[in-house]
Ligand binder design. Structure first.
Ligand SMILES: *[C@@H]1O[C@H](CO)[C@@H](O)[C@H](O)[C@H]1NC(C)=O
Ligand SMILES: *[C@@H]1O[C@H](CO)[C@@H](O)[C@H](O)[C@H]1NC(C)=O
Ligand SMILES: *[C@@H]1O[C@H](CO)[C@@H](O)[C@H](O)[C@H]1NC(C)=O
Length: 432
């Protein structure tokens, strides 16, 4: 029965594959996309281990199989009282959320091997990168008529557009992503947080006066549009001037002016991220994505994930209207049970807590390979992981980015990458 239903999904995705082939320039003539019975059992194992993991770590959450091996529904206990209302429809948030594990393992797998900073090299390598893409990253970019004056576009982007990726996958070991939830004031996580190799913060989150709870260290700061427009204020939050500021939206003339005139000493870049649909638009998830593209492991603090939340609060200001807290919590639980992150919160404050019943790495890898085939992703299911490289990772042989100061693991990774796994230029041309 399950297999039959999965067959239906395959049939449905086939319809999309023509489009995918057009976009990726990859044909499936090698037949490498056939989903085998091993693949199906890999997906089935992941789903069943995943359900056990949610039960063991979800503080009351429960995962239920959906209509095939990819689909799961994460449910809150029926006595949970949702508090958040959709401002448009006025409806209360629901208590159950559907997730596609295949989509999640495939996409997050790619994130982990991609650089997530927008570079000039990336725009140059895209088919019609300047005409079709660059203006989207400039505030009021529509008025630039698809960058018909490329000099002008370059000028606007130049302060935030490095030639080559400034950071590479797995450059850092253990990383912590710190959300802004008021829950942070319930536990003194400061020392623990300062023990990480890199710490990612968000928007206007202050450090001063809160170090007991949120630590001092700050390596990166992810900024939404509002915070980015107050770049001078944000830069003041970090006394070292070393914190790297990552803007997830567009570059604004106001920002360029501030970088030049204030001046802002911190490096400022634009993020180049994947899209995860509606579940995953907030700065919090972007910060996790950023960390996952850079670190061996990612731990999460301050995201209001415990049962019985009352309202959305911030540790440094009055509470404010957040968005979809239950959906977010379910999504983070999914990420934890796919081995992507570890959640720390007042109810999970034991630093050495092990994520129980976590699906094994081999189960996750097998399921990812199967999912890539199923979703007909580039290089789907090939054992050579770099076949799944996206254009994001294009890097020319003779150029090496500056990785001085990177950990040995990062340097090795970089060397292997540059020597062996470059998508050939003909591959890039075929993208046109
Ligand atoms: C990412 O790269 C590592 C090697 O550094 C590899 O083991 C892993 O399978 C890759 N993941 C994906 C999704 O390509
Ligand atoms: C293109 O933009 C540059 C920089 O602002 C400007 O100096 C130049 O005159 C513009 N060229 C045209 C043809 O408008
Ligand atoms: C920290 O507290 C002092 C004294 O109350 C105050 O002047 C300062 O603005 C505070 N800093 C932040 C970042 O809130």
């Amino acid at each position: 029965m399950k297999i039959l239903q999965l067959g239906l999904i395959v049939a449905l995705t086939t319809g999309l594959s023509a489009l995918t082939i057009y976009i990726t320039g990859v044909s499936n003539s090698a037949g490498g996309f056939r989903v085998s019975s091993d693949d199906l059992s890999a997906l089935s194992s992941l789903q069943s281990d995943f359900k056990k993991c949610v039960k063991a770590n979800g503080l009351g959450l429960q995962a239920i199989s959906g209509r095939d091996y990819c689909q799961v529904t994460i449910q809150f206990p029926s006595d949970t009282k949702p508090k958040w209302r959709d401002p448009k429809s006025g409806e209360l948030e629901g208590l159950s959320f559907d997730f596609n594990l295949c989509e999640a393992v495939a996409t997050w797998g790619q994130v982990r091997n991609s650089t997530t900073i927008l570079t000039k090299e990336f725009i140059d390598a895209l088919p019609n990168g300047w005409e079709d893409y660059a203006w989207r990253r400039i505030n009021k970019g529509v008025q630039l008529n698809r960058c018909e004056n490329k000099t002008l576009c370059m000028e606007k982007l130049s302060l935030v557009l490095p030639e080559m990726p400034p950071f590479i996958p797995r450059q850092f070991g253990r990383c912590a992503v710190i959300g802004n939830s008021g829950d942070l004031l319930k536990t003194k996580f400061g020392k623990e947080i300062d023990g990480y190799d890199a710490v990612v913060r968000e928007n206007g989150a202050p450090i001063q006066n809160y170090t007991e709870y949120v630590g001092r260290k700050s390596t990166f700061r992810l900024l939404n549009r509002g915070s980015a427009k107050a770049l001078d204020k944000v830069a003041e939050l970090d006394e070292t001037g070393q914190e790297v500021l990552i803007v997830k939206t567009t570059i604004h003339d106001i920002m360029n002016k501030m970088i030049r005139e204030v001046p802002i000493r911190n490096p400022v870049y634009l993020m180049l991220g994947a899209s995860f649909g509606s579940a995953a638009k907030g700065t919090g998830l972007k910060a996790l994505e950023f960390a996952l593209s850079l670190c061996d492991s990612v731990d999460m603090y301050g995201f209001t994930v415990d049962p019985g939340y009352k309202e959305w609060t911030r540790y440094f200001s009055e509470s404010r209207q957040g968005h979809t807290p239950l959906h977010g919590r379910a999504y983070y639980q999914m990420m934890e049970c796919l081995g992507l992150i570890k959640i720390h919160s007042p109810m999970r404050a034991d630093f050495i807590r092990v994520v129980e019943s976590l699906p094994s790495q081999s189960t996750i890898d097998a399921a990812r390979s199967a999912s890539e085939k199923l979703l007909r992703r580039v290089g789907g299911g090939k054992t050579d992981p770099w076949r799944a490289c996206s254009i994001i990772k294009k890097r020319e042989k003779e150029k090496t980015s500056n990785i001085a100061g990177a950990r040995d693991a990062a340097v090795d990774h970089q060397n292997i990458f540059t020597k062996k796994f470059l998508p050939s230029s003909s591959h890039l041309r075929s993208l046109r």
